[in-house]
Write a protein that binds this ligand. Structure first.
Ligand code: GLU
Length: 403
C-alpha cells in the first residue's frame, strides 16, 4: 500500500508547480511541525495488560490552533497520521476557518474491545497528550471509528469541553455537527452541479463506506432526489439499480452491523462498487482505494471524496484524462471541521447557535470554498485538487509568520 504521506507531499508539489507560491512555504509545509508518539498501557477487562500505540501529529498552526480528528483503527501508523494532519492544514485553509491542521490516532480495532476498554484507551490517550492538546493549542474531533462518546471522554478527562469538538449537544456540542461532513459535501456538489456537467437524469450515486459520512450522505442525497444505487462497508456491498431504500438500509446496518444481507438488493464486491456506472461515486471510508490499477475502469461522472485521501495522485491523472471530475477531500469533506470550528467558537464564547443558523453558515462557507476552488482550477487550467491546494497555499502564505 502506498504511503499516504508521500501522496500528500506529492499533492503539495503538484499545486506548487502551477502557482507562484514561495519555495520556503512549500518546504515548511512539507514537514509537520511536531509529531508525538505515545505508549498506552491498557488493562483489558480480563485483567491482562496490552500496550497500544498512539499518535498526535501537529502539521501547521499559522492560521490558528491545530485542528483535526482522532482515528481508531488497527492500521493506523505515523505515516497515515502525518498525511491526515497535512490534509487538515489545507482543509481548514480552504474552508476559510481560523484553524490549523493536526490529527491523532490509536492503533487498535475498537470493534474488538468493550466500551469500558475503549473509554480507558481514550482517557489514557488524553493523559499521554498532556501539554500537547488544549482549547487554544490543538483541538481533536471524531474521525474513523471515533464517535461523540469518545469526545465526551476526552473533554471530561481534560476538564474543558472546548478541548474537543464533535461532542453530543448536551455535552457542549453544536447543532448540525453530526451531519456536517456529508451536508458540506452536498453543498459543494450543489454549488458545482452545472460546472461538473452533471444533469438531472444522472442523479445516481454509489457510496463506498457506510460510517457517519457515508450513511448521512445517503440520507441527504435521497432527500434531494438522488437515487442511491449501491453502498458498501468493510464486509461487502449491496446494489440495486432502481435505488436502495436508505431508511431501511440504515435500520439493517444498525441491527446487523453491516449492509450485507439487505433484502431487495444484489450483493456485490467492494471493488466492483467503485467501477459502477453512475453519476456520482462517493468514497467515504479510507485512503488509497482509487489507484492507477482501477482508475481506468471508473465510470462515474464525478467523484466526491467524503473520505480523506481515497484517490492516489496517479489515479488523479488518469481520471482527469478521462474527463472525470474529482471533488477533492480537502473541499468535499471540509464541512465536518467547519462545524467543528463553529462548535469551538460557541464553547469559547459560551454561546448556543440554532440549527438553521449553523446550517446557513455552513452552506455559505462551503459554497464559497467550492466557488473559489473552481475558479483556481480554471485559472490554472488544472484539476480541482490542484485548484484547492493552490487556494490553500495562497491563504497559508498570507499567514506565514516572519522567520
Ligand atoms: N475528522 C474530520 C476530518 O477529517 C473532522 C475534523 C474536525 O472536525 O476537526 O475532517
Amino acid at each position: 500500500m502506498k504511503n499516504p504521506f508521500e501522496n500528500a507531499l506529492n499533492q503539495i508539489r503538484r499545486a506548487a508547480d502551477v502557482t507562484d507560491v514561495k519555495a520556503d512555504v512549500i518546504s515548511i509545509l512539507s514537514h509537520p511541525m511536531r509529531e508525538v508518539r505515545v505508549s498506552i498501557p491498557l488493562k483489558r477487562d480480563d485483567g491482562s495488560l496490552e500496550m497500544i500505540e498512539g499518535f498526535r501529529v501537529q502539521h501547521n498552526n499559522w492560521r490558528g490552533p491545530f485542528k483535526g480528528g482522532i482515528r481508531y483503527h488497527q492500521d493506523v501508523d505515523i505515516h497515515e497520521v502525518k498525511a491526515l494532519a497535512t490534509w487538515m492544514t489545507f482543509k481548514t485553509a480552504i474552508a476559510g476557518i481560523p484553524m490549523g491542521g493536526g490529527k491523532g490516532g490509536v492503533t487498535f480495532n475498537p470493534k474488538e474491545y468493550s466500551q469500558a476498554e475503549i473509554e480507558r484507551v481514550t482517557r489514557a490517550w488524553v493523559r499521554a497528550m498532556d501539554g500537547v492538546i488544549g482549547p487554544t493549542v490543538d483541538v481533536p474531533a471524531p474521525d474513523v471509528n471515533t464517535r461523540p462518546q469518545e469526545m465526551v471522554w476526552i473533554a471530561d478527562e481534560f476538564g474543558n469541553p472546548a478541548v474537543t469538538t464533535g461532542k453530543p449537544i448536551e455535552a457542549g456540542g453544536s447543532e448540525g455537527r453530526g451531519e456536517a461532513t456529508a451536508q458540506g459535501g452536498y453543498y459543494v456538489l450543489d454549488e458545482l452541479f452545472e460546472d461538473l456537467s452533471l444533469e438531472p437524469e444522472m442523479k445516481t450515486v454509489a457510496i463506498q463506506g457506510f460510517g457517519n459520512a457515508g450513511r448521512t450522505f445517503a440520507r441527504i442525497a435521497t432527500r434531494h432526489e438522488w437515487k442511491v444505487i449501491a453502498v458498501s462497508d468493510s464486509r461487502g456491498a449491496v446494489y440495486n439499480p432502481e435505488g436502495l431504500d436508505v431508511e431501511a438500509l440504515e435500520r439493517h446496518k444498525d441491527e446487523t452491523r453491516s449492509v450485507v444481507g439487505f433484502e431487495g438488493a444484489q450483493e456485490m464486491t467492494n471493488e466492483a462498487i467503485l467501477e459502477l456506472e453512475c453519476g456520482l461515486l462517493a468514497p467515504a471510508a479510507l485512503e488509497n482505494v482509487i489507484t492507477q490499477e482501477n482508475a481506468p475502469r471508473i465510470q462515474a461522472k464525478v467523484v466526491l471524496e467524503l473520505a480523506n485521501g481515497p484517490t492516489t495522485p496517479e489515479a488523479d491523472d488518469i481520471l482527469f484524462e478521462k474527463g472525470i471530475h474529482v471533488v477533492p477531500d480537502v473541499l468535499a469533506n471540509a464541512g465536518g471541521v467547519t462545524v467543528s470550528y463553529f462548535e469551538w467558537e460557541q464553547n469559547m464564547k459560551d454561546e448556543k447557535w440554532t440549527a438553521p443558523d449553523v446550517d446557513a453558515k455552513l452552506k455559505t462557507a462551503m459554497a464559497d470554498a467550492a466557488r473559489q476552488t473552481w475558479d483556481r482550477a480554471r485559472e490554472y487550467k488544472t484539476d480541482l485538487r490542484r485548484g484547492a491546494f493552490a487556494l490553500a497555499l495562497e491563504r497559508l502564505s498570507e499567514a506565514q509568520p516572519e522567520l
